[in-house]
Write a new protein. Structure first.
Length: 481
């Protein structure tokens, strides 16, 4: 059984009220009381046992009942466009066996028309199978068998397109953590394969949308001078994709992807510094942030948005509002170490947020949680970022031996990397080392000079700790003179 507290925390306020009402109306008073208690923070299982005046066996039975009722409630809330048609398609066998052939044929042709209109190829396959069976003795059999075969081929290729998208996001995540250029080669290959697949099906909205997602990520993520695949411009791709999504917004697949393209628009305008449009799309994503983080990991690395949130909060002096947002995420964002890139980004975001609020012990805790829960052995860039940030934090809190130990481990890691020399890291390492020696005005001055050099070098695909501003304020916290 999943953690029922997490499920309850992820209910919206409106859903929680509606579910509570369902429990009351069904006369499940103790279950309703348990639901209300689990909604509140601070109640341990022992405390709940006392409030309900029940033993542990009855308590876990009650929790199980509550879980079952929650499942029923969530399933009943599932709806979608043309659900009536989709449900009826699943009854094709009943229609063929119980309706006169002409009537059955007419019904299935109506299904075909509707499913084409709403772009449901997986259900069309069932319809064409039924039409083949109904026309087995007529000339139309060959026609419907061709449609069946072509639709089956399309579904296989559509599945391949989805797999390519998943492979692309995984390779992008691996590159983000390691910065190994081998993963960029993988991105080139996948972008080219999906482009070719899209050309085979020029009329398929579904494959075009998958192509648009990969092509947008490719052009936004891969450095422009490293891009090897000729694609439509990102402006044209996103414009066409948004038009498709708007025309099919009642379909759950297309309608829900509007949030993803809001995110892609945000990254585009952020990359090119068009602040007004960046803010417009930032707001659209931020308004549905929990949904985006929880539901879109197949289509993006959604935690990359958190880096923009932090920069915006620092720029606008809104770290208090950011803290409130982070508290909500800690209750409702369902993330674990298995999703390595998003887990790493999220925990680093929380650590940076705590750091800028001056809560250095919290920063320690968040960073050490990463070290304790995941292995970054195969991801040297992320590993060095984590160790550098910890070393800086230990320097500020006066734990100089811990900081020095981390710097030594970074030196060893650096020697094992053969695809980049990390001059920016070497400069940042010098700044941290200066904080481990006897503080003086001269050390501060030299550290500030190094900070300017670091900012100049810390650009491009190998930049480090993108959310950490190595400025005079930080250096004076590290070198307390």
């Amino acid at each position: 059984m999943l953690d029922i507290k997490e499920i309850i925390a992820q209910l919206s306020e409106e859903e929680a009220k509606e579910f509570g009402k369902v429990l009351i109306e069904s006369k499940a008073e103790k279950t309703a009381t348990l639901f209300n208690l689990l909604q509140q923070d601070g109640h341990s299982d022992k405390k709940i046992l006392e409030i309900l005046s029940i033993n542990s066996t009855a308590y876990y039975t009650l929790r199980s009942r509550l879980y079952d009722k929650l499942q029923d409630f969530m399933v009943q809330k599932i709806d979608g466009p043309r659900m009536d048609i989709l449900e009826k398609v699943n009854n094709i066998d009943h229609i063929i066996f119980n309706y006169p052939t002409t009537q059955a044929f007419t019904i299935l042709q109506k299904f075909e028309s509707e499913l084409k209109k709403y772009d449901h190829p997986e259900y069309l396959l069932k319809v064409y199978n039924g039409l083949m069976r109904l026309s087995k003795s007529s000339e139309q059999y060959f026609h419907y068998s061709q449609l069946y075969n072509s639709n089956l081929t399309f579904l296989i290729d559509y599945e391949k397109a989805q797999q390519l998208l998943g492979d692309f996001i995984r390779a992008m995540g691996a590159h983000l953590l390691s910065r190994n250029p081998e993963y960029i080669d993988r991105l080139h290959l996948i972008a080219e394969q999906l482009s070719e697949l899209c050309q085979q099906y020029p009329d398929s909205s579904r494959i075009y949308i998958l192509y648009a997602i990969v092509s947008s990520h490719y052009q936004l993520y891969v450095e422009e001078d490293e891009q090897e695949v000729e694609l439509e411009s990102i402006e044209d791709i996103v414009k066409k994709a948004m038009a498709i999504l708007k025309s099919k917004k009642k379909d759950h697949f297309f309608g829900n992807l509007m949030l993803l393209f809001n995110y892609l628009n945000y990254r585009y305008y952020s990359k090119y510094g068009i602040r007004k449009k960046e803010e417009e799309y930032y707001t659209k994503v931020a308004d549905d942030l929990v949904k985006f983080l929880n539901g879109y990991g197949f289509y993006a690395i959604p935690t990359r948005f958190l880096g923009g949130m932090l920069k915006r909060a620092l720029r606008n002096g809104e770290t208090g509002a950011l803290e409130l947002s982070n508290r909500k995420l800690q209750r409702q964002y369902d993330i674990g170490p298995d999703d390595l890139v998003n887990y790493f980004n999220y925990k680093m975001h929380l650590a940076l947020s705590s750091f800028y609020r001056g809560r250095f012990e919290e920063t320690h805790d968040q960073l050490n949680e990463i070290r304790n829960n995941v292995s970054l052995k195969n991801y040297p860039h992320a590993d060095m970022e984590l160790r550098l940030f910890l070393a800086i934090n230990y320097s500020i809190t006066g734990e100089l031996e811990m900081s020095n130990s981390l710097l030594k481990s970074i030196n060893r890691k650096l020697k094992s990397i053969d695809y980049h020399d990390y001059e920016n890291l070497k400069i940042l390492r010098k700044i941290i080392q200066s904080s481990l020696r006897t503080p003086s005005r001269e050390r501060v001055r030299k550290a500030l000079q190094l900070a300017d050099e670091y900012k100049h070098l810390n650009r491009g695909p190998y930049r480090l700790l993108d959310g950490l501003d190595v400025n005079e304020e930080l250096i004076k916290k590290m070198i307390r003179f």
